[in-house]
Design a protein around this ligand. Structure first.
Ligand SMILES: NC(=O)c1ccc[n+]([C@@H]2O[C@H](COP(=O)([O-])OP(=O)(O)OC[C@H]3O[C@@H](n4cnc5c(N)ncnc54)[C@H](O)[C@@H]3O)[C@@H](O)[C@H]2O)c1
Length: 284
């Protein structure tokens, strides 16, 4: 049974202390959810909790420090949610890092950082929370944040980021039916430019993946990037996400500005595809 109302639901939002995640938390709180923010950065957590305290909403929000790559800590967080709330209803796999750098300079440390958070963190969310979300029988919903970078051909300095987001998108598309049969809806958030701190990727990089990085210069440059005035407000994304949960909408696309590039990529794949009569489709 999909989530048809938000009031009284328990939501767990990773990367919920900044940017898009904070926008989603804000809207879910407005709509009556009890929300747990799970985030790596204590400074972001403090700011977010202060925001809700200032608005007199402290009772609707709590936070825990979590690195979504840490499977043991993630399992502990899920056990805590089970003990406190009898399990969560809504999981938002939103934590991600916007790393970028020249493909020829990328080292294993850069691949491990990008895929570790952007793909591994999402998978850890599914593995840690799906059992309790199915077992409690109230139905539930999982939103995972990919990117429009997954839907267009990106410049090569964004290759790791784009590939990690494409993995999230295809994983969620593939599991949607099976999870639906178990009462869990699935949505994929595909944002364009949103006001956030995503340019601070280097502050989120763990110590053991710093020394061998080939992206030190590019991440330092990225850290200086200014957020554009015209970029979308996170609360606007939060509203789109809330509506998508209620309607079990698969794709949440925030911007139309990349539509031509999206069409061009899809068309190029179709153009390279043989006619169906030529294919042996038995066994598919
Ligand atoms: N802002 C954009 O324009 C944009 C566009 C497309 C996709 N996205 C995606 O949106 C999601 C949210 O990013 P944002 O733009 O709001 O950036 P942000 O940096 O403002 O927020 C991300 C939050 O995730 C947290 N985080 C980072 N690594 C973590 C980890 N290992 N474990 C737990 N928390 C961690 C950070 O501390 C931060 O609070 C990301 O997945 C990002 O890739 C953003």
């Amino acid at each position: 049974m999909p989530v048809s109302d938000l009031a009284g639901r328990v939501a767990f939002v990773t990367g919920g202390a900044s940017g898009i995640g904070l926008g989603i938390v804000t809207v879910l709180v407005e709509r009556g959810c009890q929300v747990v923010i799970a985030d790596l950065r204590p400074d972001h957590i403090d700011n977010a909790l202060a925001q809700f305290a200032g608005a007199g909403r402290s009772n609707a929000v709590s936070a825990l420090r979590l690195d979504v790559c840490d499977r043991n800590a993630y399992a502990d967080a899920a056990a805590k949610m089970q003990a406190e709330f009898g399990g969560i209803d809504i999981l938002v796999n939103n934590a991600g890092v916007g790393l970028e750098g020249p493909a020829l300079k990328a080292t294993y440390a850069d691949y491990d950082f990008g895929f570790g958070v952007n793909v591994g963190g999402v998978i850890n969310g599914f593995v840690s929370f799906l059992p309790q979300m199915i077992a409690h029988g109230r139905g539930g919903h999982i939103v995972s944040t990919a990117s429009l970078a997954a839907e267009v051909v990106m410049p090569s300095h964004m290759a790791i980021y784009a590939a990690s987001k494409a993995a999230v998108c295809h994983y969620c598309e593939a599991v949607k039916q099976e999870l639906g049969e178990n009462g869990i809806g699935v949505s994929i958030l595909l944002p364009g430019p949103i006001k956030s701190n995503i340019h601070q990727a280097n502050q989120n990089r763990p110590e053991h993946l710093r020394a061998d990085s080939g992206f030190v210069e590019s991440e330092a440059k990225l850290a200086e990037r200014q957020v554009g005035d015209w970029w979308m407000e996170p609360d606007e994304v939060g509203n789109m996400v809330a509506e998508a949960i209620l309607s079990n909408q698969t794709y949440i696309v925030t911007h139309g500005i990349f539509k031509d590039s999206m069409r061009k990529r899809a068309q190029a794949v179709l153009d390279a595809t043989p006619d169906v009569e030529n294919a042996n489709v038995s066994g598919i």
